[in-house]
Design a protein around this ligand. Structure first.
Ligand SMILES: Nc1ncnc2c1ncn2[C@@H]1O[C@H](COP(=O)(O)OP(=O)(O)OP(=O)(O)O)[C@@H](O)[C@H]1O
Ligand SMILES: [Mg+2]
Length: 225
């Protein structure tokens, strides 16, 4: 297997993110023996009621959180790096956005690339392009704390998508968006999969599930489909 690192470019499509026997206990059992495969080149929907464990599962899948037992591996490479810092090949769109309020929209996107070693001018240019993908090129200079919820959500999408990651984990990326912008995000998720990335989208929205290639459903920390 070859990992592309970062920047757009094909990744080998036999790549898959495999979770095997994942259990996560925090006071009580939040995930119970979850085994799922997220293949490269596909968009997989992860659905389930509020509190069913979607965010917890994505966090383990991307290496933010260490499972109590079980493994999460990208073609044999363990996702948990020992620190809670994900591998550079992994990008998240976080449910609570994780944006820096006092920075501009462009800076929030640009830092994802700068943190991976891209030169500032190149990172800024790529950030502008990523904002344009989500229809907010005109908001680059605006401080994030001045944006609406849906605008922030699109900045968070731009930041997740800009790195051209091998694994893109999007946690309810369309929850605050109107139908048109939801369609834009779905099309961009497809683009990432077409490039060969593993793409997982947690969602409550049946229309989003419908638009995905594969569907995994959780209920009370267990896989039910
Ligand atoms: N660190 C933690 N310690 C204890 N319980 C937690 C922790 N994190 C999450 N939980 C609980 O685990 C369960 C699953 O939470 P999680 O955020 O994964 O659900 P979710 O499916 O993403 O829900 P939503 O659709 O509302 O985002 C919830 O009952 C939540 O309260
Ligand atoms: Mg969640």
């Amino acid at each position: 297997m070859t990992l592309s690192g970062f920047g757009p470019g094909p990744v080998q499509t036999d790549t898959a993110l495999r979770l095997d026997g994942i259990t996560y206990v925090a006071g009580r059992t939040l995930l119970d023996d979850v085994s799922v495969t997220f293949p490269a080149g596909k968009v997989t929907a992860l659905s389930g009621p509020s509190g069913s464990g979607k965010t917890t599962l994505l966090s383990i899948a991307g290496g933010l959180l260490q499972a109590t037992s079980g493994t999460a591996e990208l073609d044999g490479r363990e996702m948990w790096t020992g620190s809670g810092d994900p591998l550079p090949q992994v990008a998240f769109v976080l449910q609570v956005y994780g944006l820096v309020p006092i920075l501009s929209a462009r800076e929030n996107v640009s830092i994802a690339l700068r943190a991976r070693g891209t030169a500032p001018a190149d990172a800024d240019e790529a950030a502008e392009a990523a904002l344009a993908r989500f229809g907010i090129a005109d908001l680059g200079e605006r401080q994030v704390e001045e944006l609406s919820g849906g605008q922030m959500q699109r900045v968070a999408c731009a930041r997740g998508f800009v790195v051209g990651a091998d694994v893109l984990l999007a946690d309810e990326p369309t929850s605050e968006l109107d139908e048109g912008n939801r369609g834009v995000v779905l099309a961009e998720l497809r683009e990432e999969a077409a490039r060969g990335a593993v793409v997982v989208v947690a969602t409550h929205d049946p229309a989003v599930v419908e638009a995905c290639d594969l569907h995994i459903a959780l209920d009370e920390g267990r896989v039910i489909r």
